[in-house]
Ligand binder design. Structure first.
Ligand SMILES: NC(=O)c1ccc[n+]([C@@H]2O[C@H](COP(=O)([O-])OP(=O)(O)OC[C@H]3O[C@@H](n4cnc5c(N)ncnc54)[C@H](O)[C@@H]3O)[C@@H](O)[C@H]2O)c1
Length: 371
């Protein structure tokens, strides 16, 4: 099948790595036949990279609508800033093209709902390329926990802080503006985590959070911005099954960064990406988990995301990283943001059904003023 990329920025190269792994594993895969970026030179340089890695140079466009019209694409991967996810997806569906979306599914939950109904309306596939639940290691960890390796999960702790020295995350100023990114790092990075938490331990019921913007100005020397997305979020939550969580993320750290996730069950602890430690001190490493629980899954999370896209189109198979699961993960992030806005705990369902939207309204306002 023919694949197009819309957006050739920071993450696009890793997607090509994923496609390359599929090809070298002899698995059926898409041909990346067209790429598009509003910065034409970026797309042209990216096409050269694609040729080096995959052996064929894709056609280059600066207007995705033209690309959709000229090329006979079966699917596209949409790799643009969050405020464009829903509108670009709708144009693709309307052109008869299936979509793989980058996380977060949408800039906010109500746009996510719209995308899911647009996919239904046009009878097209919509998947989310969420690396935290894809690839052999992540699938193995989830399957192992579901198989009871650490007993029943009752506590998740996740601490992630990075130091930007008042610069831009990944060189991208848009990530700090809620009208482009939906929120600060709690959305961009946080949604990876909420997707993983809910994959491993089921739905989250309620969230309480404090959020702040501590760094009032960010700059790369040429451009200075006043961020509207939160740089610090401290959150507690409760799963439907009674388990508790403490999750925080910040781009405001100075001097030292930190990162660590602990999943505690009543028999042991999973350290994602590292190992499982059981009560008797026994350690089980990730390769062992992969062998037992995910030996048939490709290693590269983005490679796996294209297997999921292929299987959804050809076999009508529900992907692990479905749009619905992406929406639920986004709902947890927005429950935290809503909670910090109104000063009360917030049910995730009240976000998903649109009952609570004070924070989301501020995103709409900024999107409107950007027009
Ligand atoms: N690990 C991950 O899963 C991961 C990591 C990074 C980014 N992402 C996601 O990927 C997406 C892109 O992030 P990025 O870091 O590559 O951003 P980026 O800013 O580096 O790249 C976005 C690209 O989209 C282009 N673009 C903007 N509007 C366009 C349009 N209308 N038509 C065509 N091109 C357009 C921009 O010129 C830019 O080159 C975001 O949704 C982000 O959250 C996911």
């Amino acid at each position: 099948m023919q694949l197009g990329f819309i957006g050739c920025g920071v993450i696009s190269t890793e997607h090509v790595e994923g496609l390359a792994e599929l090809k070298s594993s002899g698995l059926e895969t898409f041909e990346l036949s067209a790429v598009c970026d509003i910065q034409f030179e970026r797309a042209a340089n990216f096409a050269l990279e694609v040729e080096k890695r995959l052996g064929k140079r894709p056609a280059v466009y600066s207007d995705y609508r033209v690309m959709l019209e000229i090329e006979q694409l079966d699917a596209v991967s949409i790799l643009v800033n969050h405020d464009l996810h829903h509108s670009v997806a709708e144009d693709c569906f309307a052109a008869g093209v299936n979509v793989q979306m980058q996380k977060p599914l949408a800039i906010s939950p109500s746009f996510g709902q719209k995308m899911i109904s647009d996919a239904k309306k046009y009878n097209r596939v919509l998947t989310v390329s969420e690396p935290s639940v894809l690839g052999a290691a992540n699938v193995a960890m989830v399957n192992a926990v579901k198989d009871g390796i650490i007993g029943s999960v009752f506590l998740i702790m996740d601490y992630a802080t990075v130091s930007l020295n008042r610069g831009f995350f990944a060189g991208t100023p848009w990530r700090h503006m809620k009208g482009k990114a939906g929120a600060g790092w709690i959305n961009d990075h946080g949604v990876h985590r909420t997707h993983f938490f809910t994959e491993i331990n089921g739905a989250i019921d309620e969230v309480f959070a404090y959020t702040e913007i501590f760094e009032k100005e960010l700059s790369n020397g040429e451009l200075t911005i006043k961020p509207t997305g939160e740089d610090t979020a401290v959150t507690v939550f409760k799963f439907n099954n009674g388990g508790l969580g403490h999750w925080m993320c910040a781009t405001s750290a100075h001097g030292e960064r930190t990162g660590g996730v602990w999943i505690y069950g009543n028999k042991g602890c999973l350290r994602p990406g590292q190992h499982v430690t059981l009560d008797d001190g026994r350690r089980i490493l990730i390769p062992e988990l992969i062998e037992k629980y995910a030996s048939d899954i490709i290693k590269h999370p983005f490679g796996h995301s294209y297997v999921e896209l292929w299987d959804a189109i050809v076999k009508n198979k529900t992907p692990i990283s479905s749009a619905q699961r992406g929406l639920e993960a986004l709902g947890v992030v927005f429950a935290a943001l809503e909670s910090a806005t109104i000063g009360q705990p917030v049910k995730v369902n009240d976000i998903l059904n649109g009952k609570k939207h004070k924070y989301e309204d501020t995103v709409f306002d900024e999107m409107e003023s950007n027009k």
